[in-house]
Design a protein around this ligand. Structure first.
Ligand SMILES: NC(=O)c1ccc[n+]([C@@H]2O[C@H](COP(=O)([O-])OP(=O)(O)OC[C@H]3O[C@@H](n4cnc5c(N)ncnc54)[C@H](OP(=O)(O)O)[C@@H]3O)[C@@H](O)[C@H]2O)c1
Length: 284
């Protein structure tokens, strides 16, 4: 495993395992499998509705707590200072742990300032070892870094894959010493990611799969990455990326696939802000 050191000195595995869209029924088994394969960093969220099952796996696995790196995210509906603080303690309880390695604000909408203040306090008290944000595009990231915050976020987790490489966003993060973390490294398979001809040709050269080439490319760009699979064989495949190095030429070829557009949606689109608002109302 390779590691990054965050701006507060905390060490984090460069490759982690995500449980978005993993059902409650499957989640415990999936996380236990992932830990057995070798993953130590597990990424969940209040909005995934599977924190309890991740917690069951943490309790049952044979790996000591201090060797695991557990991340969760505060959902928008829990923003604002008081609600955020309360929700983090609820997440910790569901996860059956007594501290979090990393807590993120999931989306850059609503009262994220109040919520961030709560995270800063929890960080000061040692209940969370690192704090950060997710889906904060460059304007919002600069905002939270510059205006009145005491702690610069350690992480910004954003969609990052060969078709949306986040080059400019990563440059902006570097300026503030914020570590980039990739969600959807495979773009969830959208736009025929797994059968992309250029990625396949590079894979053939190294005797690696498209998934492995993508994850290796992220590692070499110093991007922390989260891969998700409910299949143990794929978990192993995705973990087997530390025995080869992509040449500069192949890195460039992959860089050339960037469209600078999300495969999902833009956080700048007002329609998406409305969609989040409606989703929150539906879930209440
Ligand atoms: N902060 C955010 O807003 C946000 C948003 C999305 C995701 N995330 C985090 O990032 C993690 C990863 O993103 P993601 O789950 O959306 O997408 P992803 O990792 O890009 O793609 C997951 C998909 O790829 C398939 N897959 C995985 N490995 C494969 C392989 N070796 N060969 C072929 N197919 C493979 C999986 O199928 P199977 O499971 O069937 O194998 C699944 O359908 C999430 O789990 C979550 O923790 C965060």
């Amino acid at each position: 495993m390779e590691y990054v050191t965050l701006n507060n000195g905390v060490k984090m595995p460069k490759l982690g395992f995500g449980v978005y869209q993993v059902s409650k029924a499957e989640c415990k088994r999936v996380v236990l499998d992932a830990i057995e394969v070798g993953y130590r960093s597990i990424d969940t969220a209040q909005a995934y509705f599977n924190e309890e099952e991740v917690g069951e796996a943490i309790l049952e696995c044979s790996v000591p707590r201090e060797e695991l790196f557990i991340t969760t995210k505060v959902w928008i509906d829990n923003y604002g200072y008081e609600k955020c603080k309360k929700s983090v303690f609820e997440s910790i309880k569901k996860l059956k742990i007594d501290y979090l390695d990393l807590i993120l604000l999931h989306q850059p909408f609503a009262d994220y300032y109040g919520a961030y203040k709560a995270l800063e306090e929890l960080y000061g008290e040692g209940i969370v070892k690192a704090i950060g944000v997710s889906n904060f595009y460059p304007d919002r990231l600069s905002d939270i870094c510059l205006f009145g915050r005491k702690v610069i976020p350690q992480i910004n987790q954003v969609e990052t894959n060969p078709l949306n490489a986040q080059v400019k966003a990563q440059e902006n993060m570097k300026k503030y010493k914020v570590q980039i973390e990739a969600w959807a490294p495979f773009g969830e398979g959208r736009n025929n990611m797994f059968s992309n001809q250029i990625l396949k040709e590079i894979g053939d050269k190294y005797n690696k799969s498209v998934a492995q080439i993508i994850l290796r490319w992220l590692m070499q760009r110093n991007v922390v990455a989260l891969a998700k699979s409910v299949h143990k064989e794929r978990m192993k495949e995705n973990f087997d990326i530390f025995d080869f190095t992509l040449s500069d030429k192949d890195m460039e070829k992959i860089n050339g696939l960037d469209t600078n557009n999300s495969l999902f949606f833009s956080h700048y689109d007002p329609k998406m802000v409305e969609w989040f608002d409606e989703m929150i109302e539906r879930r209440r």
